[in-house]
Design a protein around this ligand. Structure first.
Ligand code: ATP
Length: 299
């Protein structure tokens, strides 16, 4: 089939997609003022043949202020293991530290204590490039640059197979609204382009992550702006994708993680409960409270 080759518009602005995603997520304004917080170790090796085991080993973390002084502790002794292929849900109150946990896996920040490991390798010992190629990341406020929908999905790849691109968009629940746009996949979006809703941008970002076929997937409120019905469709579509790779899903909408192999309930920087949906309901703790509130709200 036809292959797209993408000229990068705005090349000078682009450092890498993760920094954009991160900047958008954290509302950092001056991208160019940003000090790189992490860099490759001198003897960093590439992650290869990633199986997708993930280990948090007694991880503690605090953000630092402008003077480099640590602020309040955000993660306090977080430990858990995910097996290759697991689907792990993270839930809990706002500000509990769920997104921060995921940022440490992608190495946007390094822990102050403890370690995060992928297949047994401390993420500080592997190249950032290989780590971020292995871990697909979608956050709740993804960045679309000024370019076509297709370019946005294929972003960062040298070229992309048109069928694969459409398949990724279909799985992400984006294909139908994209084909409804005036120029379909060739519609210009981003600043100065067609304005897309938050839920539409999220679906394009999800397609972008899926097209890369990463060994691990981190979905941080990735479908939070999508309506319930569309989200159900995406969940069904994702079942195959999730089945054979380690996936983390941070969600307020608990139905998103109901089928997870393990749900981690995070509160004040600690994992306070863990188990399957049924385990946690039976436990009748924080998860059960959150679930009952949401079920009550729906009924
Ligand atoms: P939510 O469900 O609202 O997304 P969360 O559980 O994902 O919350 P985090 O986003 O990890 O929580 O935030 C944990 C704490 O860290 C919060 O108190 C938040 O204000 C703080 N925080 C997050 N990002 C930064 C940052 N870049 N600098 C300083 N503090 C931050």
């Amino acid at each position: 089939s036809r292959r797209f080759v993408y000229p990068m518009r705005q090349m000078g602005q682009i450092i890498n997609g993760y920094q954009y995603a991160e900047a958008a997520g954290e509302r950092i304004v001056g991208l160019l003022d940003m000090e790189p917080r992490v860099s490759d170790a001198p003897d960093a090796t590439d992650l290869r043949n990633v199986a997708g085991r993930v280990e948090y080993d007694d991880v503690s973390f605090a953000y630092t202020d402008a003077d480099g002084e640590p602020e309040e502790t955000v993660l306090d002794g977080v430990s858990f293991d995910a097996d290759s292929g697991d689907y792990v849900g993270l839930v809990g109150p706002t500000g509990a530290g769920k997104s921060t946990m995921m940022k440490l896996l992608l190495r946007f920040y390094d822990p102050d204590e403890g370690a995060v490991r992928v297949d047994g390798h401390d993420v500080r010992d592997v190249s950032l490039h290989s780590l971020r190629e292995s871990v697909g990341y979608v956050n709740q406020d993804p960045y679309l640059f000024y370019g076509t929908v297709a370019e946005n999905i294929a972003y960062g790849l040298d070229d992309a197979d048109e069928d694969a691109l459409r398949d990724a968009a279909k799985t992400a629940g984006a294909h139908d609204f994209v084909t409804d746009l005036a120029d379909g996949y060739d519609t210009m979006v981003g600043e100065r382009g067609v304005k897309l809703s938050g839920g539409q941008r999220q679906r394009i970002a999800l397609a972008r992550a899926l097209l890369r076929d990463p060994e691990l997937l981190v979905l941080d409120e990735a479908t939070s702006h999508v309506d319930n019905e569309t989200e159900r469709v995406i969940q069904t579509n994702l079942a195959d994708v999730v089945a054979d790779r380690t996936t983390f899903a941070v969600a307020h909408r608990l139905s998103t993680v109901r089928d997870a192999d393990t749900i981690l309930v995070v509160e004040d920087g600690e994992i306070v409960e863990r188990g399957t949906h049924d385990d946690l309901l039976a436990r009748d703790g924080l998860y059960a409270d959150l679930w009952n509130v949401q079920v009550g709200a729906v009924e």
